[in-house]
Ligand binder design. Structure first.
Ligand SMILES: O=C[C@H](O)COP(=O)(O)O
Length: 252
C-alpha cells in the first residue's frame, strides 16, 4: 500500500513568527480533520528545531529542504544529516530543481546525500524533473531516468522501502503552468517502471511518487486521482493555510 502524502515546501519564505503561526494553525486543522494523506512541511533550517518541538506529538512531519552531501567538516554554510537528526529532523528534500539550478547539484552528489540520510536512519524526498527545453526536445524521459537511476544506484534495497520521489517538471514550478494530469501520470508511471527495473517491483510499488509544480486547490484533485500520483510537493500554495488544507483534503 503506497503512502498518500502532501508536503509543503516553504522554500525561503516566512519569518519565524509567520512560520510558527502557520505550523500551529495547520496542526489544529490536521487534528480536527484527520486527513487521509500524511502531511509534511519543510521550513528553512533555522526553524526546524522549534517546529520539531511545537509539532512533536502531532501528525505532521517536519522535513529539511536540503542536507549536505558531506558527513562533517569544513563546509561553511552547509548542514549535515547528523546535525539535522540531533534536533529531531528525520527527513530531507534532496535534489530540488532550485538546488540543481542555483547550486549546480548533480545526480551523483544528490545520491551521496541520500546515502548519508539512510546511514542515520533518516529518509529523503528525492526531487527529479526535466526542463522545458528537455521536454521540447523530446528528452524528458531520458533526463528523468538518468536523475532517478544515478541518485538511487548506490542505495541499499532495504533502505528504499517507502521511498518518496517528487516529480517536478521545472517548467511548472512557480510558473502557474501545471503538467496536465495525463502528462504527470505518464511520467509517474515511467518513474515507477524505472525504479522497478533498477530495484525490483516491490520497491517500485511501495514508492510514493508526488507531483510538484503549481499545484493549487483547483487542480489538486484531478492530479491526485491519477493512478501513479500519490500526492503533491507544494510550494507557493503551501504558504496559505486554506489553500494547503484544500490540497491535503483532495488527496484521498
Ligand atoms: O517544492 C515545490 C515545488 O518547487 C513546487 O513549487 P510551486 O508549487 O510554487 O510551483
Amino acid at each position: 500500500m503506497r503512502r498518500k502524502i502532501v508536503a509543503g515546501n516553504w522554500k525561503m519564505n516566512l519569518t519565524f513568527q509567520e512560520a510558527k503561526e502557520l505550523a500551529l494553525r495547520l496542526n489544529t486543522w490536521v487534528k480536527a480533520n484527520k486527513p487521509t494523506a500524511e502531511v509534511i512541511i519543510a521550513p528553512t533550517h533555522l526553524y526546524l528545531e522549534q517546529l520539531n518541538k511545537d509539532l512533536k506529538n502531532s501528525h505532521i512531519t517536519v522535513a529539511s529542504q536540503n542536507v549536505s552531501a558531506m558527513e562533517n567538516g569544513a563546509y561553511t554554510g552547509d548542514v549535515s544529516a547528523e546535525q539535522l537528526l540531533s534536533i529531531g529532523t528525520k527527513m530531507s528534500i534532496v535534489g530540488h530543481s532550485e538546488r540543481r539550478a542555483y547550486h549546480y547539484e548533480q545526480d551523483k552528489y544528490i545520491g551521496k546525500k541520500i546515502t548519508h540520510l539512510y546511514e542515520l536512519g533518516m529518509s529523503p524526498i528525492l526531487c527529479v524533473g526535466e526542463k522545458l527545453e528537455d521536454r521540447d526536445a523530446g528528452k524528458h524521459f531520458d533526463v528523468v531516468q538518468e536523475q532517478v537511476t544515478v541518485a538511487l544506484e548506490r542505495q541499499k534495497e532495504e533502505d528504499l522501502k517507502n521511498l518518496i520521489v517528487a516529480y517536478e517538471p521545472v517548467w511548472a514550478i512557480g510558473t502557474g503552468k501545471t503538467a496536465s494530469p495525463d502528462q504527470a501520470q505518464e511520467m509517474h508511471a515511467f518513474i515507477r517502471k524505472t525504479i522497478g527495473a533498477q530495484h525490483g517491483i516491490s520497491i517500485a510499488n511501495s514508492t510514493s511518487i508526488l507531483y510538484g509544480g503549481s499545484v493549487n486547490p483547483g487542480n489538486a484533485r484531478d492530479l491526485f486521482e491519477q493512478y501513479d500520483i500519490d500526492g503533491g510537493l507544494v510550494g507557493g500554495a503551501s504558504l496559505k493555510l486554506e489553500d494547503f488544507t484544500t490540497i491535503i483534503s483532495a488527496n484521498k
